[in-house]
Design a protein around this ligand. Structure first.
Ligand code: ZN
Ligand code: ZN
Length: 147
């Protein structure tokens, strides 16, 4: 899927749910889709403040909350101050660098069986699961080798 197509779909979703498309919302979505990273509200703010001098971090945060409510983004919380935001494409897993904090997407087929089993043995109605892999990214591995 191209970035443009994803952006168009996302804007359609906003329209359908009655969320007004402001230039800021447009820019935040565009940034989330094209950056392919998992930025914090602060990083998005820094990337866009040149374009929107009147925008605050709080505005970015509020817009991200709106996107989250309509299911366009997922908020990834790590128990510290800053949540990271992920544009929702298809389901994917994350591998996280313990050195620089970078989050990289990867696809792995169905851990649905785990959900089924969990529901079966506990009687829970399962909503979702969360799995993360940790390690040291290739950039940080290069850093090590140089020293
Ligand atoms: Zn790293
Ligand atoms: Zn992701």
């Amino acid at each position: 899927m191209s970035d443009n197509f994803q952006l168009k779909e996302a804007l359609d979703t906003l329209k359908k749910t009655g969320v007004r498309i402001t230039p800021q919302r447009h820019a935040i979505l565009e940034y989330l889709i094209s950056s392919m990273s998992h930025p914090t509200a602060d990083e998005i703010y820094k990337a866009l403040e040149g374009k929107f001098p009147n925008m605050s971090v709080a505005t970015v945060y509020n817009n991200l909350r709106v996107f989250k409510e309509v299911g366009l983004v997922k908020e990834l919380t790590y128990g510290d101050s800053s949540s990271r935001f992920d544009f929702v494409t298809s389901d994917h897993y994350h591998i996280i660098c313990e050195e620089c904090g970078k989050i990289v997407d990867f696809h792995y087929p169905g851990l649905d069986e785990v959900e089924d089993l969990a529901a079966h043995v506990t009687g829970f109605k399962v909503s979702h699961h969360r799995m993360e892999i940790y390690g040291v990214c290739s950039d940080c591995q290069k850093e090590y080798r140089q020293h």
